[in-house]
Every structure is written in C-alpha cells, then in structure tokens.
Write a protein that binds this ligand. Structure first.
Ligand code: SF4
Length: 350
C-alpha cells in the first residue's frame, strides 16, 4: 500500500471504481466478533489488489500460505429433494435431468472415502438431498457411513439439511467433525432464493450443531442476483457469530439448465476475490474454501483466490452433481503454484 493518496475530494466515481484503502489500513489480523456492516462494506469495496494484498497479509499471520486442504464431496443421496433452492439441480421441482437416487450403502461410501484419502484428501464430506434429517433407517445408515469414514482417520463432514440437537449429538458420537449448512446469502435476499424454509431455520440448525460439539462449515454462493450489500450482510452474519465458522465455503454459482437461475451470467473473478478476501480478513482463522465454480476459472484466477486467502478446495471430478476439476489437474496446479496439500497432522482436528 502506498499510503499516499489524499481522499478529501473523493468523488462518488472513485467509490464506484473501487473505494479507497483506508479501511484496509486498520486491518490487523486480530480475531474480532464485533465487526460493523459499515466496516465490512469498506473492506469489501476497497481497491481490489490492495484488498487481496491485505487479505494475503492476514492469511500469513494465521496459516501456512502454501498449504491448501483438499476435501472430497460425495453425494450419498442424490436428487428428489422437496426444497425449492433456486440454484439447485437436485430439487424435485425443477427439470434438470438429475434423477432421484437411493441412499448409497455405507460400504460404497467407505470405498469412495478410501480413494479420496489415497488421492490426498484429508476431509470427506457426504451430502444428502434432504430438507431435514428424519429419525429413520436412512439416518442410521448415514451414522454407519460416518463411523466407517472416521475409521480412515479423515475429517468427516456431512451436509444433510436441518438437524435437531439430538440428531446432531448422534452425528457427533458417530465421529462427525464438521456439519456443512450454508446460509447462501444475506438474510434479506434469502427469501428470493428459497421459499420452503427461512434464515432462522438455518441459524437454528447451526446452533444445534455447535451445541453438539461439531464444528460449523457455513458460507454462501456468489452470483445468484444478489447485491454487494447482500454479500456484505452474509459476511456480517458469519463474522459476528460468537465463534466464527471453522470453515467458510465461497461458491460461484454454477447456473444449471432447468433451475430458476439458469440464465444468471457467470460470476466475475473480481467478485469471488472480494468475497474471499473479505472473509479472510474478517474471519482470519477460518478455513476459506474455494468451492463450486472452479471449472469456469483459469489456473491464474484460482491462484489469485489462494492469494486472497482461500486455503481449501474440493477435489474430485464431481461436486455433488456438477463438474469439478479432476485430481490430476489439481495436482498439476499445486505443483505449478508451489502449493502443498494439507496433511492430517496440519489439520489437527481428527
Ligand atoms: S440445496 Fe439441498 S435443500 Fe436445497 S434443493 Fe438442493 S438438495 Fe434440497
């Protein structure tokens, strides 16, 4: 940062062109839970490369910048979901070509997790297209999947929709490390994307998960037609939680044909960078996951995301139902960028 600009005569045009870097000068990398929306907005709107530089600096205070965690996500119950999330090809309400499938059996899941571990993943995430967990045989089967994956000494993450406290405790006892439950966007915009549940349902599940002693994986999606202010609202909700989510996935919308968001334009890399860098600055210790949308990004663009503070990716050729770079492509990217896959010892939570 040059620190040489006088901003007394700052015009609206300057703000629109990327704000000023004053907010970044106050960034120390300290863990805070009292961020105001105004502070986050100023950070988010800072000149882009200064924002990335500040985030990279904070990143280096709390993480090994060369270390990137590889997670593998497997859909254990695909399609046929009763919810109406506008971005999701698995909703039964949209004609996307995704067929409803049965729950996978625990042995199949175990073999997939073993393969993921051999390919360098330290976290295995299992997703079921459910509105909520029900106390039935299917949940028992998921508990047995969790136990099996845990026996591989991997971090185990699940994303199963809403859970109550008792169910969350069962998941914890079976060996779940983290529960993924995204808030997707800011509270105000949420109802434009999903009508079958509300923001408080989401927050309630997060509360149950925390109370059960499971770490929270919670982030959002960029590119659903939300404004910058909605993105800032989401960051504010996450960064002012009593405990920051251990993991914050930042997804670029993958506009799938047949969903209500099928015509949304591709997310610009600058939008992803602002979101990732602002998440890194406001939640310095969290793992920021560069999640959906990597297929549309060049290696150089992904490199900028790592520079902005992303330190995890989803590895494997599928992200639930959409395409994702293959293990080998990521291996080459890591070699080119001088990155190394995070080991279990470094992740320290198994
Ligand atoms: S995002 Fe989850 S809850 Fe929403 S429709 Fe898709 S599978 Fe169902």
């Amino acid at each position: 940062m040059t620190g040489c600009c006088a901003h007394e005569s700052k015009s609206l045009a300057t703000v629109e062109a990327g704000g000023n870097d004053q907010a970044l000068r106050a960034v120390t990398g300290e863990i805070r839970h009292d961020w105001s929306k105004k502070e986050i907005a100023e950070i988010y709107h800072s000149p882009l490369l200064e924002l990335v530089f500040a985030a990279a600096t904070v990143h280096r205070q709390h993480h090994d910048p060369r270390s990137v965690q590889q997670c593998t996500l497997l859909s254990v119950k695909t399609g046929g979901c009763s919810e109406d999330c506008s971005y999701c090809p698995q909703s039964a309400r949209y004609d996307t070509g995704v067929q409803a499938e049965k729950l996978l059996d625990p042995e199949t899941v175990y073999m997939a997790a073993k393969l993921a571990k051999e390919s360098g993943s330290t976290r295995f995430c299992m997703g079921a297209a459910w509105r909520e967990v029900k106390d039935n045989e299917q949940f028992d089967s998921v508990l047995s999947m969790v136990e099996k994956v845990k026996s591989l000494d991997m971090e185990v993450c699940v994303t199963l929709g809403m859970v109550n406290l008792e169910q969350a405790k069962k998941l914890k006892d079976a060996g779940v490390t983290a529960y993924n439950h995204n808030l997707d966007t800011g509270e105000e915009y949420y109802s434009k994307i999903i009508s079958t549940r509300d923001y408080h349902d989401r927050l309630n599940t997060l509360k149950n998960v925390r109370e059960a002693g499971i770490t929270v994986c919670c982030g959002g999606i960029v590119g659903m037609g939300e404004s910058d202010s909605d993105r800032i609202d989401l960051l504010h909700t996450l960064a002012t939680m009593e405990e920051h989510p251990e993991s914050v996935p930042v997804n670029a919308l993958v506009a799938v044909e047949g969903t209500p968001l099928e015509d949304r334009p591709q997310v610009q890399i600058s939008e992803m960078l602002r979101m990732i860098a602002s998440a890194r600055i406001t939640m310095p210790r969290s793992v920021v996951r560069l999640s959906a949308g990597r297929m549309q990004m060049s290696m150089a663009e992904q490199a900028l995301c790592f520079m902005a503070g992303a330190n995890s990716i989803f590895a494997g050729d599928k992200l639930l139902t959409t395409a994702n770079p293959e293990f080998n492509a990521d291996k080459e990217m890591f070699a080119s960028l001088g990155l190394k896959a995070k080991t279990l010892e470094q992740s320290g939570c198994c």
